[in-house]
Design a protein. Sequence first.
Length: 737
Amino acid sequence: MIKSRTCSPIASPACACASHAAVTAVVTARLALARCVPGSSLAPAVSAITSPFPPCAGTDLLRTGGVIMSAVRSQSDNKVRALLVGIDRYRVVGPLRGCANDTKHVGAFLRQRLDARLSMRCLLNEDATREAVVTAIRSHLGGALPGEVALLWFSGHGSQQPVAPEFWHLEPTGMSQSLVCHDSRALGVPDLTDKELSVLLDRVAERGVHTVVVLDCCHSGSGTRELGFRARAAPAATTVPSAAEYVPELRELVAGLRDQQVSGLTIAGRAQHVALSACQAHELAAERVVDGEPRGLFTASLLEALGQLGTHATYRDLLLAARCRIENVRAAQTPVLYPVHRDGLADQPIFGGAITSPESMTARWSIDRWLVDAGRCHGIPVSPSHIPVLMSVTHNADRVLRVVEVRAGESTVEPLGWKPDPAKRYGVALSRVPAPLAWVVVGGTVDDEPTVCARLTDAVNSSVHLRSAVGGDYAGGLQMRLAAVHRLGHAVLRILRPDGSPMAPDVRGHGEQSIRTVVAWMEHIARWTQLKELANPWSSLVGAVRMEIVLARPGITIAPQEDPPIPTEENGELTLTYDRTRDGWQPPQVFIRLRNTTNRRLWCVLLNLTDRYRSHASLFPGDFVGPMGMAAAAEGQRIPVVLPTGRPVGPGATSTDWCKLIVADREVNPTALELPALGEPTPRGRRSPSIAEFLGWEPTRDMTVANGVGDWTTSIVPVVTRVPHAHDHPRVALDDR
């Protein structure tokens, strides 16, 4: 935790093809290593609950599923060739359920956001044979012109396959990571290996094509299934393929390596790339029910994040946004990022800037209704009818429109208390978005007490923040499972993630007081999660203020203005480690800077969200940062980053905090951002305001809108603090120079 002081400034499965267009880029198709590092924790001095979040470890791109892309920036008018592969039905290995749905939703997103710049082809189930996938990469993606974007999105099983003896030198483990095509392992057809995919993509990239690959699969070799989840991992193949079964491009390259000593299948000598991975090598990429249909958790999270992020969002931004969504559902699936260094490829615009957001929304009359040219693909939320999403006319907040239906690329709205002119178009902006509900599955196992579960369901549905869900189905937002069981001879109520991992300590008893307590805790977690995921996809302030966490070097007592910030790890985390000295374990210390990159003054609040579900703004409770100016948290003093009180300081101990920066064009109320740690009382005499009030939305009736919403945006950095084991090599420690 951070010890704080006061602060001051210093698609449908049947995919059609469309046309395409230009972008600048050079590519690498080397499927690279992506690693993930264990956790950390920033939190001010307050005691706490043991962290429910586990540490993570390292992985390899194709072992996990991921993204690779080229090194050069490209423009927002890029033409994109997309090849979408979704395989639920296999000839040999077990079926999946959500891969075709992934393809449908990815296709719909791309069509809505790219329109005529998109040329798309889909291969589903029986059409996605090994030969068909390879041919489509060569012909469809290979037909991209220099400067265009080539995108391969694969949803299906991943696995491993023995390497051919002739290629033993390419795989130290003797096993290749692989994609399982529809006919893989039937009649001698092998999987499609990582090295084959690599060289096929190299051929596309060699012509200056910006090449991107998304793999929603895993390669752990386990096909186990958890409650509510199906893993996208087929058991490892046992048949050793012959060299002749590999694609000729790989055979030719290996021959060239032998004859000419050409560097072709190593990272050395290759253009760099960005990798966004679905999970670590030892984890499973899961699929689960989303909005009534099975989907890939990674794909669903990426699409949701893409819909929320602005035009200039980077791969680092995308990773953090997707990770926040995944970890609400599943503790054992951690996406990772490669490369990690700042101002490199990870900080380039997603897909070379091809996925753009409109600068404003427009309402227009169409036949018999008012339509707004933005929908789910643009981040417009779907809400129950009794909790409306409202829009207001730009520069005229009294003219309000209620959203009555949200589709993929547009929304139907109706005016409230005024009559628009059908001959005019109106610029509009979101003015009121209801807080998302947290969905709770009560019971559901043979160990749960039915009568207690019935009472819990009634209590959950009486909450304004919670709703009960059936069978794991939900309509977005946080998902929890509530168990009423006996453990170690005691009746307890348990708050769990959908994957069964605990979100909070058990609540003793099955009585009314215990039920009230557990519901209050779930409401608290829901509010904390809402703060963590708070975002404004329509903001013009994205990237306006940078949060820079800087290592406090020995002898430096005031925040330096130019020392470089600590780089994040491949999974987007910033990792800090304790240092062992003669006096015992010493915590790392940092400075935090807020750097305004615009020519306007902006209001900033730095929020610290701890792994005890505490939220506070004491590091930087709110002030304007001047044009092109800089401010420092804690009045520029050193900030110790320590484990929470009550958590023993010993090898392997970790804590996690999320530093959330809120930037606005006017002063906002930071008190709505603050929550005590889970189970601790709210300070006496203090009411916890709503997040709507924090944003300037005064409490009003449902059918009216507040004035002066203003523009605002957020960014987030997870900070993991750990005590290393003796054999660990600290990533960031106090003795680093």
